[in-house]
Each structure stands twice: as structure tokens, then as C-alpha cells.
Design a protein around this ligand. Structure first.
Ligand SMILES: [Zn+2]
Length: 462
């Protein structure tokens, strides 16, 4: 970024040589010590417990999300941050009401399903139709207009289980597009196989492209559990016609208030240079958002607190904690943040976030300038005792931070093990009991160690 390229140009040769040779050993030792200290605190665990118990589910734009902001302000103020504030913005509000479905032919059977956020409503009378099954969003898109008249489209694409969650991107396309594609085909409703890997009979919700955000309206759309998708598949293999009934009632409400909660530890010698760590405060409405993203909130709050305790005189740079609102419904808080802070984006030296559950961090990916690669190497060296291996370039920093990355902010992604994350993601089963205490502690240690390095002066990203 311009600001730092200028700064680098004015630095002495000594500093450039130091960057190339990696950081002073003393800094690395201090970072590791801070990480160990942070990992032994109870803060992350108790923060997630408090948020998920006292607030519970917190859908963007609802009173519950407002309560979560109040909770965050109280929590962060008590922990001793220099400033704590809310930056409000508006979000479209959608509310689910009755959701049920059943197979009505060849024989009656119940379906476990959940409406997708932004779905149209069937009305109380529901809709009925024969299933038209396709294997992917691409296959759905290839069908001609009007070719599913009166039917219920079913996109039966399986999401693979991986450590890095690589299957999620493709699966999200299915969730986003099916409702409007089904409208184009003339269908009365649509189902998708849940975006998830659960072997249990839970359906996974999530945001679809809502009516009014593209040229196409949407039909009532729900996700069925993996087990129900399998069952529909077996029936379709055996019978010519499989019919289902869907009752999905929901409502678009007037735009409502959401907000980002922002807390800072002011920098002592370079207060204008900012390191951002983020997580999101909102959650889906089914579980209590313990993994998505209560865990992230706990990790970043605990890491920041550890840093505060270790440096009572303050870090060199400013640490800014951003608890985003309205992530689940389309990164609305992240977009509001980037817009409100456009003028100072070039002063953000590094941004990263925790929003992938509570699994161990195992790799450090990066999206920084080449000049900063020795620094990333040093960070990885520090993180080795926690089992973190060197990562790849091209990181986007996570969902909310990706908006900043697109605007040119340097980012890293401390990649977590997401092997079982999509078993729980966006289901009623995303609850506090799923947290592994030792993994949460490992995350806090890694975040604190990274912060210890990133908040030093004399370290330059792009
Ligand atoms: Zn999330």
C-alpha cells in the first residue's frame, strides 16, 4: 500500500536488512511467551459460555443481536479496553415462521428440513409437486426456462469433508442460486441437500440470494438433512414420480438496525498504525452460535486481553478488535466497516479474523506483499510449538476480513482444522457443548503470539 511503500523507502538500510534476516530473537521469544501465557487463561471459554448462555441465538437485525451488542460493550468495557463503541448500520430483516415438509407419494414420510434465509413464503396452504432432481447448480443452470413447471426442484450435490473446508465455496453456490433458478424454471418450490457434512439428521440453514437483489424472484426454498436427501435419492431411483409437500412460511420485515462493536487498545508510539482482529457477533437462529462464531469472539477477546495484561504501557501500534454484525446475512457489517473507514484503510497494517469454529490452527496462510514474507516466516517459526506449519499465499483473511483484503489491506489466515465444522454449521446442534477447550486455548495462544509480533513498530507489510 502507498503509505507503507513510502515508509519503507525512507527507512535505513539497517531496517531492510533486518527484515530480510527475520526479526530479533528477543521479539520471537517474547511472542512465544505471551502465547503460552494467553493459552492458559480461562477468558475465551468463559466469553463463549457467557455469550451463548446469556444471549443465545442472535440473528442479524433482531433484538437478540442488539442484546449481543450490549453484552459485548459490557464485556469489553469490564476487560479494560481503552475505547468501546458501536458503529450502527441497517440490515434487511427476514423471519422464518412455520417450516415443515413431507413426502406425499409414493407413500407418506416426514422430511427434516429448514428454510433458507431470504426464502419466499409458500403461505399457510403450502405447495405440492413432483421432485425434479439435478446433481449440481451447473446442471440446474443448464435447464431451459420453464422446464420444471409445477415441480419442486431438488439440487442433490454432496459437500466433501476436508480439513480446510474447501468444499464450502461450491456448496454455497447451490444455496445461493437454487431459489432463483427454480423460479426461472417455473418450479413452485425448491430443495437443496444441506450445505454440510453431518451424518446426523439435522438440516443446515444459511443465506440464499433474496428477492430484490437480482433480476429474478425466488421460490420457497429449504435445505433437507443429508439423511433425507439420501432417502429422496433412493425413492427417485425406484419410482417414476416422487411428490413432496412444503409448508414454508416466512416474512420480509422492514430494514432493522445492526452494528459493529469496536474496541481498541491504543498504540503507544504509533497509534495511527492499526492491527485488526475480528469475529462476528451475529449467528443463525437455530443453535446458539457457539462455533459460528462464538468461538471466534472468545478467541479474539482473550488474545487481546492477554496482550493488554502483558503490556500495561500499551503496544507500539493500535490493536482494534472488530466484532462484526450481520455476517451471516451477506457480510453486511464488513461492508459497512470498509465504507465507514475507507479513508484510513491504508493505515491498517494487518487484519485477520477467527470464523471457522473452534478447531486447532494448523497453517498460517498470508495475503501480504513480498517484502513482508520474512516476517510471515518469523511468525510461523514462533508458532511451530502449537503445530502450525507454513502456509500459502493468496489468503483472503476470512469472510468479513475478505472485504478489507479486496480493498488492499494486508491479511493473514490462521487456518483452523475444519474437519467436523460443517457437521454443526448453521444447525440447531451448534451449541456450547461442542467446544473443545484445548483447541480454543491453542487458538488464543496462536492469536496472541501473532499479535505480539504484528503490533511491533519497524515491521512493514505492503
Ligand atoms: Zn461465521
Amino acid at each position: 500500500m502507498r503509505f507503507y511503500r513510502t515508509a519503507i523507502a525512507t527507512l535505513s538500510l539497517w531496517t531492510c536488512a533486518t527484515l530480510a534476516d527475520s526479526l530479533p530473537k528477543e521479539w520471537l521469544d517474547q511472542a512465544r511467551a505471551l502465547g503460552y501465557e494467553a493459552a492458559s487463561s480461562n477468558i475465551a471459554y468463559s466469553v463463549v459460555e457467557s455469550l451463548t448462555t446469556e444471549v443465545g441465538p442472535r440473528l442479524a437485525g433482531t433484538e437478540a443481536e442488539a442484546l449481543a451488542r450490549d453484552w459485548a460493550i459490557a464485556e469489553l468495557t469490564t476487560l479494560g479496553f481503552d475505547t468501546v463503541a458501536v458503529e450502527p448500520f441497517e440490515v434487511p430483516l427476514w423471519e422464518r415462521h412455520i417450516e415443515r415438509g413431507r413426502i406425499i407419494a409414493p407413500a407418506e414420510q416426514p422430511l427434516v428440513l429448514v428454510g433458507l434465509g431470504g426464502s419466499a413464503s409458500t403461505g399457510d396452504e403450502g405447495v405440492r409437486g413432483a421432485i425434479l432432481r439435478v446433481e449440481s447448480p451447473e446442471a440446474l443452470q443448464a435447464l431451459p426456462d420453464g422446464s420444471a413447471k409445477g415441480k419442486i426442484v431438488f439440487v442433490d450435490q454432496v459437500m466433501g469433508r476436508t480439513q480446510d473446508g474447501a468444499g464450502y465455496g461450491a456448496a454455497v453456490r447451490k444455496r445461493r442460486e437454487t431459489g432463483e433458478q427454480a423460479y426461472r424454471l417455473g418450479a413452485v418450490g425448491a430443495l437443496i441437500r444441506s450445505v454440510g457434512t453431518s451424518g446426523h439428521r439435522f438440516a443446515h440453514t444459511g443465506q440464499m440470494r433474496r428477492a430484490g437483489t437480482s433480476d429474478l424472484p425466488v421460490v420457497p426454498t429449504a435445505a433437507v438433512s443429508g439423511a433425507d436427501a439420501d432417502q429422496l435419492g433412493r425413492l427417485l431411483d425406484r419410482y417414476d414420480a416422487v411428490e413432496v409437500e412444503l409448508v414454508l412460511t416466512s416474512e420480509y420485515l422492514p430494514a432493522a438496525q445492526s452494528g459493529n462493536v469496536i474496541a481498541e487498545i491504543k498504540g503507544r508510539t504509533r497509534p495511527d498504525e492499526v492491527v485488526i482482529i475480528g469475529a462476528h457477533l451475529d449467528s443463525w437462529d437455530l443453535g446458539t452460535g457457539a462455533l459460528d462464531d462464538g468461538a471466534g469472539v472468545g478467541v479474539v477477546v482473550a488474545a487481546a486481553k492477554a496482550l493488554m495484561d502483558a503490556m500495561p504501557e500499551g503496544p507500539e501500534r493500535t490493536l482494534r478488535l472488530v466484532l462484526f454484525g450481520a455476517e451471516e446475512v451477506g457480510l453486511i457489517g464488513a461492508k459497512a466497516y470498509a465504507e465507514a473507514h475507507q479513508a484510513e484503510l491504508e493505515k491498517i497494517v494487518l487484519a485477520f479474523e477467527s470464523d471457522f469454529g473452534a478447531g486447532d490452527i494448523w497453517r498460517l496462510d498470508h495475503g501480504v506483499a513480498d517484502e513482508a514474507l520474512p516476517l510471515i516466516e518469523s511468525m510461523t517459526t514462533v508458532l511451530a510449538p502449537w503445530g502450525v506449519i507454513p502456509g500459502k499465499p493468496g489468503a483472503t483473511g476470512g469472510p468479513d476480513i475478505s472485504v478489507l483484503a479486496q480493498a488492499g489491506v494486508p491479511v493473514i489466515t490462521p487456518l483452523q482444522n475444519g474437519w467436523d465444522y460443517f457437521d454443526y454449521h448453521h444447525t440447531p446442534d451448534d451449541t456450547f457443548d461442542k467446544l473443545e477447550r484445548h483447541s480454543l486455548d491453542q487458538n488464543v495462544g496462536v492469536y496472541a503470539a501473532i499479535l505480539s509480533i504484528a503490533l511491533r513498530e519497524g515491521v512493514f507489510f505492503k
